[in-house]
Ligand binder design. Structure first.
Ligand code: PAF
Length: 305
């Protein structure tokens, strides 16, 4: 096999495949690629994504590369987790740029499946149904019916195709991590879930693929979401939970282009809303804000363990 020039830091996987990054599109291709990794006794980290990659995703990739011999990344805009058709249609898709970013970052395997590779039975015949109990009944679970079921289904199927040692997820989707941990527990999947810190723009806005859909004015005002959360942290010592909630809701709603969908102050383990600070050791403020038709989420630790 002809050896390609290696331009970036490369690691063990190159010696297995003799190429820079392999791109798999079918079930067979990804199964063979993962089998090669396992045959060579390499550890495998996996970063599932929906593409439109930014530095938040790259931070997950970098962490995986640091902690594993090989890293796989999937890019798949999963239809079953979109409860809103327009959100699915307008979700940014930048696959070629994503692949270049991943190759540059030192990823070994990119999995860019077709819909059929993930849902061979046809989308209309997908039947799995998860019961995530109380953790799935609040916040995103309440606001987006079926969303977490779709996340559970696709992540389970991806973990089946890419049985990695560790899976990396960003803490911006705070509740999603609890859901994935619960799916892994219920399904007895042998993988360690690694939550990774939110990456923010210099002005504080949490990085999100959806940020690219904001116009200039919306982008300027969106910074008030994180800025308000930062101020809320300073209020905790002198305020009740209800006062912090009112502060965040009113401050963000006073910004003309922002509309709070919910702001909940929750136990970081159970996702259940609390009403006094001593109800939980780990307290997180989770917010969803509509900026025009762009839905942004963010969160902040209000009390740490
Ligand atoms: O967080 C995401 O990008 C998606 O929900 C995930 C985990 C890749 C499943 O489609």
């Amino acid at each position: 096999m002809k050896k390609r020039t290696i331009v970036k830091k490369k690691h063990t996987f190159v010696q297995i495949f003799d190429i820079e990054m392999i791109v798999c599109r079918t079930r067979e291709e990804i199964t063979n690629a993962v089998a090669e990794v396992r045959k060579a006794n390499r550890s495998l980290g996996f970063v599932p994504t929906m593409g439109a990659l930014h530095q938040g995703h790259i931070s997950l990739v970098t962490r995986s590369i640091e902690e594993n011999d090989c890293t796989a990344v999937s890019i798949f805009v999963n239809p079953t987790q979109f409860n809103n058709k327009n959100d699915l249609l307008t979700y940014p898709r930048t696959v070629e740029a994503d692949l270049a970013l991943l190759e540059n970052a030192g990823v070994d395997i990119a999995f860019v499946p077709t819909i059929e590779a993930i849902y061979p039975e046809g989308l209309e015949n997908v039947t799995e149904s998860y019961d995530f109990g109380a953790i799935g009944a609040v916040m995103e679970g309440a606001a987006r019916p079926g969303h977490f079921n779709g996340v559970g289904i696709v992540v389970h199927r991806l973990f089946d195709l890419i049985p990695a040692d560790k899976g990396y997820f960003g803490m911006k989707d705070f509740q999603q991590i609890a859901i994935i941990r619960e799916m892994v527990r219920q399904s007895n999947i042998n993988i360690e879930i690694i939550p990774c810190p939110i990456v923010r723009e210099e002005d504080g806005l949490a990085l999100s693929s959806r940020n690219t859909r904001l116009n200039a004015e919306q982008r300027v005002q969106a910074v008030q979401i994180s800025q308000t959360l930062f101020k809320a942290v300073d209020l905790v010592a002198s305020s009740t939970v209800a006062e912090v909630k009112a502060f965040v809701e009113n401050t963000v709603n006073n910004v003309p282009l922002l509309e709070v969908e919910y702001f909940e102050v929750v136990n970081g383990y159970t996702m259940q809303p609390i009403s006094s600070w001593d109800e939980a050791e780990w307290v997180v403020g989770c917010i969803t804000v509509n900026v025009g038709d762009v839905r942004l989420i963010d969160n902040i630790a209000l009390k740490n363990i």
